[in-house]
Design a protein around this ligand. Structure first.
Ligand code: PLP
Length: 288
């Protein structure tokens, strides 16, 4: 079976799918995206991802390409056509196609919409979570509007590749004051040596992760001691445990930071529990 992509109104063979060379996403990274998890044949947290998509588009003054209901329908259709039971669905909206010019097009153009979906092996993620991942610190070098989920991800690509070159899976950005902001494609959390779960407020400096929001619901429900504040790299070195969150990794324990073990060097109990219970707090929607 060949993979299928949705591109501007058509379901096409993934290998042959393409956009125009003057799409502003291609030329200026003038677009935004969302990634949702597909779990046991269900779309995970679709409404929250659509809320964030709408917000990202509003910030860039790009119109929604279609209604939320229609977008949800197409997402599910792409998942269905690709026979994805466990995996991810990717949705990208750009300002559209226009003759190359930095200014927004004078004549309104239709936003471009691409949706793809791929299967992943859920056991691989769970297996990784049993041992945890290593992260390395990296100076914050992104633009200040990281709250908008734009496709302009080159700094993230370079930071994550730097992590891989060091034998790690993720980079943790550290701002000019020595505070961790977030990962290259994840939000960052620690449990302090006093047992308090800490993550940075999403007001500035980070993307307001959907997985982060669901974990916060879970933390409140479970009565876990929690503080929403910035934490420094130094505090992270001293932490009892650490983890990252994203729709693509869920809750993933971090066991090493810049080559130094976090806590006892094994996944922590809070991270492991939050990972196990994640889907009890997420919004699940049948694909069919
Ligand atoms: N931070 C960044 C920079 C990301 O790219 C992502 C996900 O792609 C996240 C955080 C986590 O967001 P979510 O939980 O919505 O996947």
């Amino acid at each position: 079976m060949s993979r299928i992509a949705y591109v501007n109104g058509e379901y096409v063979e993934h290998a042959k799918a393409g956009v125009h060379i003057e799409d502003r996403g291609y030329q200026f990274a003038d677009g935004v995206y969302e990634v949702c998890e597909v779990w046991q044949g269900k779309l995970v947290d679709g409404p929250r991802h659509l809320d964030r998509l709408e917000r990202s588009l509003r910030e860039l003054r790009i119109d929604m390409p279609m209604s939320r209901a229609a977008l949800t329908f197409v997402m599910k259709e792409v998942i269905r056509r690709n026979l994805v039971r466990h995996g991810l669905v990717y949705m990208q909206v750009t300002r559209g196609v226009a003759r190359r010019d930095h200014f927004f097009p004078l004549q309104p153009v239709a936003p471009s919409l691409v949706i793809t979906s791929k299967s992943t092996n859920p056991r691989a993620g769970d297996k990784q979570a049993e041992t945890g991942i290593a992260v390395v610190s990296h100076p914050e070098n992104r633009w200040p509007r990281v709250d908008i989920k734009t496709v302009g991800l080159l700094p993230n690509v370079l930071a994550k590749q730097h992590a891989r070159d060091q034998g790690a899976k993720e980079a943790w950005y550290v701002d000019a004051n020595g505070y961790v902001t977030e990962g290259g494609s994840t939000n960052a959390w620690i449990v302090t040596k006093d047992g308090v779960l800490v993550t940075r407020p999403a007001e500035s400096g980070i993307l307001k992760g959907i997985t982060r929001a669901v974990v916060l619901d879970l933390v409140a429900r479970e009565g876990i001691r929690f503080e929403e504040r910035a934490f420094s790299l130094e505090e992270a070195f001293e932490a009892r445990e650490a983890f990252v969150t994203a729709a693509s990794t869920l809750v993933m324990p971090v066991v090493q930071l810049d080559g130094r073990p976090i806590g006892n060097g094994h996944p922590g109990t809070i991270a492991t529990r939050l990972r196990q219970e994640f889907h009890t707090a997420s919004h699940l929607e049948e694909i069919r």
